[in-house]
Design a protein around this ligand. Sequence first.
Ligand code: R7I
Ligand code: MG
Ligand code: MG
Length: 349
Amino acid sequence: APVSLLSRFRGALVASVVGDCVGGEFEGAEDVPLDRVLQHLSGLEDETRGDGILQYSDDTAMLRCVAQSLLTRMGFDEQDMARSFAKEYSLAPGRGYGAGVVQVLRKLASPQLSDVFQPARAQFGGRGSFGNGGAMRAAPFALAFRNIADVRRYARFGAMLTHSCSLGYNGAVLQALAVHLSMQGDLALPQKFISKLISEMEEVEKDETARSDAKVLNLAEFPYCARLHRVKELMEQNSVSIEEVISELGNGIAALESVPTAIFCVLHCLEPREGLSEHYGGLERTIAYSLALGGDTDTIACMAGAIAGAHYGISAIPQSWLKSCEGAVEAEHLAERLYKLYNDRDNDQ
Ligand code: R7I
Ligand code: MG
Ligand code: MG
């Protein structure tokens, strides 16, 4: 049956939260045997286990702020979003935030601050962070704006509140674009999906700042495009090992080493894969595979979850998984409200 747009909205945000919650178990682990991943996930089906729910981390905390702010302001308002991040951090500082970003979040709490983009610009010697903290929370931008140019523009500004390095905010743009295309049903043609992302990112990375950041950081020109080309190559291979994925795409905390990886996880798991449970559907495979890469598992699963959830819809997420994850039900409500905003926008035009 075709997946409705509402189901895609709900799927995107709920699977993102689920990815974060189930991925927390393996964050920072170097070697995660698939057996351990499958064991962890099958543990969620056991309703008698009574070890409570899996808590979400900074990924979901900030994604909720983005969604909430887009809803209350009916669009992007940098002051409101910045305040929302700062408030969330002050209320729950122990969610596992990145080591650098907490300084930005503290500064954003100051009522005297006039330029909310300034604290992010002061990070890492003035270049700004290239961490994946902007990308991990980018999915709601694809749900709040219809137009791809708006998705691109606001995902960028939203990330720049904490990540002013182009590698940081362009990772957020790529993540939001992937969710946007997935929502349109573009994953039905995987080759076309990746080609579209490459041509979008060619435009994005033409930018002067992106070019000079790549140079300063000793990266290839058009670094995201280069990674996406590797994704394409891996897709064309008959078999791909976990080691190859890690060495070609990365599994780290930098946006460049995790956003293309998350996209690969989704594409790779469109089909059944050896070692992944046969009774799994595509969304379950995507989450399981993301965890098996190790490294920044909560964030890679959160981003892959958002893209996959937008493709498969809410019904692809096992009830037991949803029930095990803190914040999944709230994410579903946020998605429903964003869906309404999205449709109201249509009526305005
Ligand atoms: O990007 P950010 O919000 O962190 C997100 C990650 C996710 O995995 C979450 O699940 C959570 O665990 O953290 O936070 P930042 O502090 O901006 O960036 C994360 C880390 O990337 C930093 O603490 C640095 O170790 C590294 N990093 C950099 N290192 C050197 N130079 C980011 N930018 C730079 C840089 O410019
Ligand atoms: Mg986290
Ligand atoms: Mg993480």
